[in-house]
Design a protein around this ligand. Structure first.
Ligand SMILES: [Zn+2]
Length: 140
């Protein structure tokens, strides 16, 4: 393990290229309805309950990362868009876009509008976290 002397973030590879710091959450939630901000918080909270992860904000994106990114979130005007990186294709009515990603896995995209919809996707987020630990580390 290597921790960046500048921002103290921890990586599995020495001198891992990264953007220092974990970003500014305020930018992501600016102007968004309170109900969606709460939904985002609930997703982040669940992700943190899975194990030691980092929540990194980059422009419009909120990245959920263990040793690598296992899901990313975008705040839309009426939903939280989530991309979950799984090993294999799964079927769920909320996934409107499913495609191979550049790490040999399958990315599943859904728009989450409320807590109930998030509940139905929790198990996939957990699976993505487990997959991310089992995979060889890649760039953040
Ligand atoms: Zn750094």
């Amino acid at each position: 393990m290597w921790s960046c002397p500048k921002c103290k973030r921890v990586f599995s590879r020495r001198n891992q290229r990264h953007a220092c710091g974990t970003g500014n959450r305020a930018e992501v939630i600016r102007g968004r309805p309170e109900s969606l901000v709460q939904l985002l918080s609930a997703i982040e909270e669940f992700a943190r309950s899975l194990g030691p992860i980092e929540v990194v904000t980059r422009e419009r994106y909120v990245l959920l990362r263990s040793t690598r990114i296992f899901a990313d979130l975008v705040m839309m005007s009426d939903a939280v868009r989530i991309a979950i990186h799984l090993r294999q294709k799964v079927a769920h009515p909320l996934f409107f876009k499913v495609g191979a990603n550049d790490r040999g896995g399958v990315t599943h995209v859904a728009k989450i509008r409320d807590h109930q919809e998030f509940e139905s996707l929790k198990s996939y987020l957990k699976e993505a976290y487990v997959v991310s630990l089992a995979s060889s580390p890649k760039s953040a």
